[in-house]
Design a protein around this ligand. Sequence first.
Ligand code: DAT
Ligand code: MG
Length: 137
Amino acid sequence: MSAERTLVLVKPDGVRRGLVGEIVSRLEGKGLALVALELRTLEKSVAETHYGEHASKPFFGELVEFITSGPLVALVVEGPRAIEGVRGLMGVTDPVKAVPGSIRGDFALEIGENLVHGSDSPESAKREIDLFFPGLG
Ligand code: DAT
Ligand code: MG
């Protein structure tokens, strides 16, 4: 299967807690190639666009506040079935339910501070990569 790209974010909690190296190491260990990597603090408008699908949810305001609360690390990684592969490394959204061995399962407890983002479909991956790194999606 041809290589696929996906957007990964080490969210501000991951940067604050010093887990960037650990998380990038897991991506590299899995065999994913780094295509782009940048430390960046998001503008509110970029955060709202990135999480646009959740605009009507009750947690949207908190989510945007959290994701703009400090620098995050945005990455594009590439590999066969990269989207599904990253989602597996991350674990499910609620870190208490995420299996041990996954990033969220090993390092997080709260749904609002779950350390990582990974695109959930080829369409989202293209949209999200082009938002962060225009032309790479
Ligand atoms: P994921 O990040 O696993 O793709 P999602 O797209 O459903 O999950 O939600 C995006 C983020 O929003 C998620 O990482 C954390 C936050 N979130 C989701 N559901 C939530 C909830 N019920 N309460 C608070 N925050 C929530
Ligand atoms: Mg999502």
